[in-house]
Design a protein around this ligand. Structure first.
Ligand SMILES: Nc1nc2c(ncn2[C@@H]2O[C@H](COP(=O)(O)OP(=O)(O)OP(=O)(O)O)[C@@H](O)[C@H]2O)c(=O)[nH]1
Ligand SMILES: [Mg+2]
Ligand SMILES: [Zn+2]
Length: 370
């Protein structure tokens, strides 16, 4: 081993405060080994069409290389997004994103329009901090959607009941309701204004773990980030008269907390459709799933089948009928979105084949001098 290698082994990687670990290193080495140019790794804070703000660790902008652009056109979810690890190449004075490294997980919000693509909210996050304001809710249906989304990403959800001091005497009641919805998920009542619950929540922000804050505009995400950081990193905005936020945060930021965790603050999201695949929904409704294991028929749809343990639980008052109704709806939505995703994939493949076909024909003509 050379002296250089020895030094390298002894020092922490300059990107380790950004979450660089063995998995990412392997992913980077695979890409770097196959590349014809020298590459360096970086982490994406935010991205827009054609370029990303990355940490090298110093913050810089990098344009997408043609191959990355082309892949993004075919499948927008492959484009670099917040939290992604990328391989960069130097090109004159500029940096180019040559490749997006393999992801450990992806927080996706299903496209709502018929032909729309999914919107990727964050990649490679360890945990999703769902923020729900104590004074406005909780909105149970929305919480279930956020939880399904979080579980589907492969990350662990945690719920922050924000602006806790505004709930006054109602706080225990609000937290209890959230806990019945967020089955087997940790719930923290916090206040960015009074500091309530911040110490306990901050203890969960382990060094080099990445968290994304998910919630509607005005839920208090940026205020929470500032309170945990102990200084103003993000702008915050006043609530409108109708109780909605003003979409104060318009850019995503990957922020390092004093304790060493990374918090990804993103613009508020209002409506989320659950992504394709039922796993996320099932994880969010473990109570229903556990009951379902006791149904007489394995393929019980929990309608009017005999021996259905789920509907029996509803009859006995153990399971809220409305929760079961919402579970049915989210399952249908997830199934539908999966089939829609499959159909889109098929259409895209067909287009690719046609293009390849045309290219082959053109080549053949050219060879024959036509
Ligand atoms: N009373 C009280 N108000 C809070 C608290 N946290 C946030 N707020 C207020 O809620 C409003 C919205 O807060 P933001 O932090 O900007 O909300 P956000 O979730 O980042 O909103 P977007 O960036 O629009 O998605 C601001 O007026 C904050 O002062 C809190 O703990 N208590
Ligand atoms: Mg904000
Ligand atoms: Zn059943």
């Amino acid at each position: 081993m050379s002296t250089y290698d020895n030094t390298r082994a002894a020092l922490p990687h300059p990107l380790s405060p950004l979450g660089w670990d063995h998995r990412v290193e392997v992913a980077f080495d695979t890409v770097a080994a196959a590349a014809s140019h020298p590459l360096v790794p970086a982490r994406v804070a935010s991205s827009r069409r054609g370029a990303a703000v990355v940490h090298l660790p110093e913050e810089t902008t990098a344009e997408y290389a043609p191959a990355v652009l082309k892949a993004a056109r075919a499948d927008p979810s492959s484009a670099p997004c917040s939290g992604d690890w990328v391989a960069l190449r130097r090109s004159g004075d500029a940096w180019l994103v040559e490749a997006v490294l393999e992801r450990a997980g992806l927080l996706v919000r299903q496209g709502v329009a018929k032909d729309s693509h999914d919107q990727v909210l964050a990649a490679n996050v360890d945990a999703v901090l769902i923020c729900e304001a104590a004074d406005q809710g909780p909105n149970v249906g929305r919480l279930e959607r956020f939880l399904s989304l979080a579980w589907a990403s492969g990350a662990t959800p945690v719920v922050a009941v924000t602006k806790a001091e505004l709930a006054g005497d109602r706080l225990p009641e609000v937290v209890e309701l959230v806990e019945t919805v967020a089955v087997s998920v940790d719930v923290h009542a916090v206040s960015a204004h009074t500091g309530l619950g911040l110490e306990r929540l901050s203890a969960r922000f382990l060094p080099r773990t990445t968290w994304v804050l998910l919630g509607t505009s005005g839920a208090g995400k940026s205020s929470l980030v500032n309170a945990v950081a102990g200084r103003t990193l993000m702008d915050t905005g006043r609530i409108r008269q109708d109780g909605r936020g003003r979409h104060t945060t318009t850019h995503r930021s990957l922020l390092r907390m004093p304790g060493g965790a990374l918090l990804l603050d993103i613009p508020g999201v209002r409506r989320v459709d659950v992504p394709g695949g039922e796993e996320g929904v099932d994880r969010a409704f473990t109570d229903v799933r556990e009951l379902a294991e006791r149904c007489r028929f394995r393929d019980c749809a929990h309608g009017d089948e005999p021996g259905c343990a789920v509907t029996a639980a509803v009859d006995e008052g153990e399971l809220d009928a409305r929760r079961l109704e919402r579970w049915h709806r989210l399952r249908r939505e997830a199934e539908w979105n999966r089939s829609r995703g499959d159909a889109r994939l098929r259409a895209e493949r067909k287009k690719e084949w046609r293009r390849a076909d045309r290219r082959a024909k053109e080549n053949a003509w050219r060879k024959r001098g036509l």
